[in-house]
Design a protein around this ligand. Structure first.
Ligand code: ADP
Ligand code: ZN
Length: 729
């Protein structure tokens, strides 16, 4: 498709967001339209959003072709975006309408630019406080200085517009006219920055030179936590801004964004555009538009920021590139890290994959010379990687129901005495992972899935971590009806906090677990408080492993280093290695040397040994050899086909039938394994069965999968989804 122009009345084909398997032909509207234009078209009795994809195909009664209703006020989709969407669709076997929905997730696309009323927090207190008024003020306070439209505010606070109007009258809420969609403030790449160390400066120069080529390339930026990776890639961003191109920084976790925005503001003098699920609709619309018009130079966001309509994207940074949350597990199943590389290769941009513990995929690509390598070996300042030791739990005298070994407790006490902080890491949310009936042995499970329900004492409920189902904590056993015999088994962070409070009665204890906070803001406040020294012991789940700075923290105690090693997942070793290294990296970031103690029952396990020895290259080589021998990613290709249905018999029957008709796969030398229960075997009442397909690296897997999976006519309530490069195999 070219950037051609279609005169009024010319036949054009339009891709819509409707689930149709083909493009529809229309006539160009009055005044004509460009290829790529966002348009509104009639479809039956409705009007739907679409994009002019190219010339019409014809071949039917031309008299019946309807006209495009209007061209929307948004920059046309660029050719490279069309190419990108097409390639992602082919790669992930996603229908194009679903891709278009992903790329147009912007509210108000098509509204004329105009002034609108927005509301922000005022100074006066309302004369009379009601619940509804309180909620409105709380929302406004929670989001700091942000302004919302009336609808957003009412939706978020769950109030009617009259409540907002009442507060405006009293000056507790301010009503303002705001132009829609204003450009973001200019970022200045040439403000003075920190003085880089020699190693950092050399790294920054390498990235600057790469960006200056204006061509595609990928660099693996590897360095321990605190080595200055962020400082270094911000120099690549600076160069990209100097070139007048746009940059995108992807972060794995929304909670990290605000800290990062502050850093950008310090470095470039203003905040960049922000894109993730926590951003208001108004702001998302602004971001979407400004990215397209060039009024946003830098976007910081979650994986879906890859699908924004950049005018001229010159750099994509994927921070913490190994993080599993880059894999979208719902809807379009894509891995943002891989799609970032694809997008950059289409538009001639550089990619920086930054991590302290790169994914095996990235490591192998760097080894093979496909990616450039950039290593930061020293931590900034005097800090060094913490000393790592195992606590052999077989030798510790620990009563049942307790998890902090005497050795670890002594180490914690020693830190507290020095006014330093200790982190106790346990990657399990809630109070206890199992609730067991002492009378009959029944374990309380989720009614919707096969998962166990996890007790959350803080919420006073049982929660299913798989599907989110919750129910009140029962007092009688649902199976034998015995009273008061239900008991928690095993630790979660809440229970660990209880134990720590008993063992260290003088210590101030803070618990960091995503479910304990009502908002990202509340969590950020807690994190800042800890960084200032507002806690002696921090107890946390996975969220503490991600990039926060705690200068006083000098001890990390991993409560159960063996946790991730169980299960049959081939990636378990890689995950455990990464997580333990990341967590250990929390200790000793400033001038104080740190120690990491890993409680384990199997200190001789190869993964635990590699962690303790800090032998990353050795670990990756051994892991790569194993995967190469097994022919699994990144050395072979895999796809998961998940079939789901409320009817367990039916879903196994269909999966079995599909497995038998494997000729299209055998033709390319691929094998089918299964059917077997999917990693999540039942969710929201649907039984899930998985077939795994394994193929040689070069095999045309997608085509074969498409032919193979389309062989059967599926019963109405059975769903099939294809997951290319599944996370677990
Ligand atoms: P990473 O991204 O590798 O974890 P950061 O870039 O976040 O490392 O650096 C860790 C901390 O050290 C940050 O607070 C950063 O500002 C600081 N830092 C790193 N390099 C320098 C430097 N050359 N001069 C001053 N501060 C630095
Ligand atoms: Zn459940």
């Amino acid at each position: 498709m070219s950037t051609s122009y279609f005169d009024e009345g010319a036949l054009v084909s339009v891709l819509t967001t409707q689930p149709l398997d083909r493009l529809l032909d229309y006539r160009a509207p009055e005044g004509g339209c460009f290829a790529g234009a966002f348009v509104e078209v009639p479809l039956g009795p409705r009007k739907v959003l679409g994009v002019v994809w190219g010339p019409g195909q014809g071949g039917y009664d031309l008299a019946k072709v309807r006209s495009v209703i209007r061209v929307l006020d948004a920059a046309p989709m660029r050719e490279e975006m069309q190419t990108f969407l097409g390639r992602v669709a082919d790669y992930t076997l996603t229908p194009m309408p679903a891709m278009l929905r992903l790329a147009t997730r912007s509210p108000g696309l098509g509204d004329p630019p105009s002034m609108r009323k927005v509301y922000r927090l005022g100074h006066a207190a309302p004369d009379r406080m009601t619940d509804a008024r309180g909620r409105v003020l709380e929302v406004l306070r929670d989001y700091g200085g942000l302004a919302f439209t009336q609808k957003e505010l009412c939706d978020m606070a769950g109030v009617t517009s009259s409540v907002v109007k009442g507060l405006v009258k009293q000056g507790a809420v301010l009503e303002e006219d705001s132009p829609r969609d204003t450009p973001y403030p200019r970022l200045d790449p040439d403000l003075p920055s920190v003085t880089l160390t020699e190693e950092q400066a050399a790294g920054a120069e390498q990235l600057r030179a790469a960006v200056a080529t204006g061509r595609y390339g990928t660099t693996m930026l590897r360095g321990v936590t605190g080595s200055g990776k962020t400082e270094v890639y911000l120099e690549a961003v600076a160069e990209c801004l100097r070139q007048g191109r746009q940059a995108l920084v992807l972060l794995p976790e929304i909670a990290l964004t605000s800290e990062f925005l502050t850093r950008v503001e310090k470095r470039f003098g203003a905040k960049p555009a922000e894109w993730h699920s926590g951003v208001t609709m108004t702001e998302r619309r602004r971001c979407w538009r400004m990215v397209g018009e060039g009024g946003a130079q830098l976007v910081v966001g979650a994986r879906s920021a890859l699908f924004l309509p950049y005018r001229d994207l010159g750099l994509v940074v994927v921070d913490e590139e190994h993080d599993t949350s880059y894999k979208q597990e719902d809807g379009v199943l894509y891995n943002a890290r891989d799609m970032a590389v694809l997008r950059a290769s289409i538009c001639g941009a550089q990619v920086v994959l930054a991590s302290a513990t790169p994914s095996l995929e990235t490591w192998v690509n760097a080894e093979a010379g496909k990616y450039a390598r950039l290593e930061l070996t020293a931590r900034f300042g005097e800090a060094v990687m913490p000393e790592m030791r195992a606590i052999d739990m077989r030798n510790e005298d620990l009563p049942s129901g307790r998890w902090i070994s005497p050795t670890l407790a002594r180490a914690v006490n020693a830190r507290i005495e020095k006014g330093e902080q200790a982190l106790l890491f346990l990657n399990r949310r809630g109070y206890a992972p199992i609730t067991l009936c002492r009378a009959c042995g029944h374990q309380i499970g989720c009614d919707q899935c096969d998962a166990r329900m996890v007790e959350h004492r803080f919420l006073k409920r049982l929660v299913c971590h798989q599907c989110g189902e919750t129910k009140p904590m029962p007092t009688v056993c649902p199976s034998c009806e015995a009273e008061d015999r239900l008991a928690p088994v095993g630790p979660g962070v809440e229970r660990l906090a209880e134990e720590a409070a008993a063992q260290f009665p003088e210590a101030r204890i803070a618990v960091l677990s995503s479910d304990l906070f009502g908002s990202a803001r509340a969590m950020k406040a807690q994190i800042e408080e800890i960084a200032r020294g507002g806690a002696d012991i921090v107890i946390g789940t996975q969220i503490v492993a991600k990039g926060h700075n705690f200068p006083l923290l000098t001890l990390v105690g991993v409560i159960d280093a063996d946790l991730g090693l169980q299960g049959s997942d081939l990636r378990a070793a890689e995950r455990t290695f990464q997580l333990m290294r990341q967590v250990a990296g929390r200790a000793g970031r400033a001038e104080r040397p740190g120690t990491a103690l890993l409680q384990t029952f199997q200190p001789e396990h190869p993964v635990i040994r590699a962690i303790l020895a800090g032998d990353e290259e050795g670990f990756w080589r051994a892991e790569a050899d194993e995967r190469r021998a097994a022919g699994v990613p990144p050395f072979g290709r895999m796809a998961g086909i998940v079939l789901s249905s409320p009817d367990v018999q039916e879903v196994f029957d269909v999966a079995g039938e599909l497995a038998r008709r494997d000729a299209p796969l055998r033709r390319i030398g691929a094998q089918v394994f299964g059917p077997a229960p999917a990693p999540i075997a039942r969710i929201r009442g649907r039984h899930r069965v998985r077939l795994l397909v394994k193929a040689e690296k070069a095999a045309p897997l997608q085509e074969a999968l498409a032919v193979w999976s389309a062989q059967l006519k599926l019963p109405a309530n059975l769903r099939l989804s294809i997951d290319i490069d599944p996370q677990s195999f």
